[in-house]
Every structure is written in structure tokens, then in C-alpha cells.
Design a protein around this ligand. Structure first.
Ligand SMILES: C[S@@+](CC[C@H](N)C(=O)[O-])C[C@H]1O[C@@H](n2cnc3c(N)ncnc32)[C@H](O)[C@@H]1O
Length: 161
């Protein structure tokens, strides 16, 4: 597979996963979190899918496309661990989170997701859905939607507590 094919497959899986998650949510209450703004592509997709939901955004940098700049009151700029703690001060408000912090260095990404998973869990509503580019810890893992190849993107649900 060429690198172009690989990028296309990754982005296609990402879009299908976000579409699936928004459908799962339906009318259930709760906010959304984009964890890893980057260029703003998936943030833009999330807000097009759910224009009436509050979408929190965490990134240490603001380097996105000018059309995808989050509003100042919903953008938590800083390291993900500190910003997740800050977000959790508002209680478990999220019904959907997109975790997209991967660097491509598998072991390092895994160590980070081990630290961040319990911090993210504090903001998730019971039954909330998480779509992730990395394996996460402490959530119920869900099967991939049928159109997504196994292991390419990961799906989780916050345990009912
Ligand atoms: C893969 S990019 C996100 C791509 C984005 N979702 C998009 O569709 O354009 C990862 C982003 O996560 C941010 N990031 C990575 N690790 C982070 C950390 N520990 N704390 C805060 N931001 C982090 C990087 O600055 C980068 O912008």
C-alpha cells in the first residue's frame, strides 16, 4: 500500500468513526471534546455534524486552518493532562470525545494514553462514547463500525457508574 493509500484509509476511517459516534449520540445530552486540534479538520467535521453542541477543544498549540479556530471560551490551550483536569472541574459533561493525539511512535503514544485515559474518564458522562486513534484504558471497548478495518481506529464507552 502506498503512503497515499494509507493516508486515505486513515482519514476515511476517521470520518466514518466520527459519523458513527455522532449517530450513536442522537439527542442524548452532553458536550463534545476534540482532544488534538491540529489542523482543525476533525474539529470542523464534528461541528458540521453537531452544530448545536458545545465542542471543547484541547491542544497545546493553536496551529489550525484559520476557518477552524475554536471560540476562545471553548479552547483549552495547554498540555492535555492539565487541560483535562481543568475540563473535569465542570463535572462529567461529555457525551462524545475524539482522542487524536497520536504521534506515530507507538510506545510513547501508549504511555501518554495510559496517563490521559483516567483524566478523560472524569469528564465523560456514563455511556458517553470515545473515538480514538490510540488504544485507551479503563473504558469498555466497542466493536468497530462495519466499514472500519479492525484496529485502525478505536471505539470506547464510558462505563456506567
Ligand atoms: C494528529 S494532530 C491532530 C489532528 C487533528 N485532529 C486534525 O484533524 O487536524 C495532534 C495534535 O495534538 C497536539 N498534542 C499532542 N500531544 C499533546 C499533548 N500532550 N497536549 C496537548 N496537545 C497535544 C499536537 O499539538 C497536535 O496539534
Amino acid at each position: 500500500m502506498s503512503r497515499l493509500d494509507s493516508v486515505i484509509r486513515r482519514l476515511t476511517a476517521q470520518r466514518a468513526g466520527l459519523n458513527w459516534a455522532a449517530e450513536q449520540l442522537g439527542d442524548a445530552p452532553g458536550d463534545v471534546l476534540e482532544l488534538g486540534l491540529g489542523n482543525g479538520r476533525t474539529y470542523d467535521h464534528l461541528r458540521s455534524l453537531m452544530p448545536n453542541r458545545r465542542i471543547w477543544v484541547i491542544d497545546r498549540n493553536l496551529n489550525c486552518h484559520p476557518a477552524c479556530v475554536p471560540s476562545a471560551d471553548e479552547f483549552l490551550q495547554g498540555d492535555a493532562d492539565a487541560m483535562l483536569i481543568k475540563l473535569s472541574e465542570g463535572g462529567p459533561r461529555l457525551s462524545l470525545a475524539h482522542y487524536d493525539l497520536g504521534t506515530g511512535v507507538k510506545e510513547a503514544d501508549r504511555e501518554i494514553s495510559k496517563v490521559l485515559s483516567p483524566l478523560l474518564a472524569k469528564s465523560m458522562r456514563p455511556g458517553g462514547v470515545i473515538v480514538a486513534d490510540q488504544p485507551l484504558f479503563g473504558f469498555e471497548q466497542l466493536p468497530e463500525p462495519s466499514e472500519i478495518p479492525e484496529g485502525r481506529y478505536m471505539f470506547y464507552r464510558q462505563l456506567q457508574t
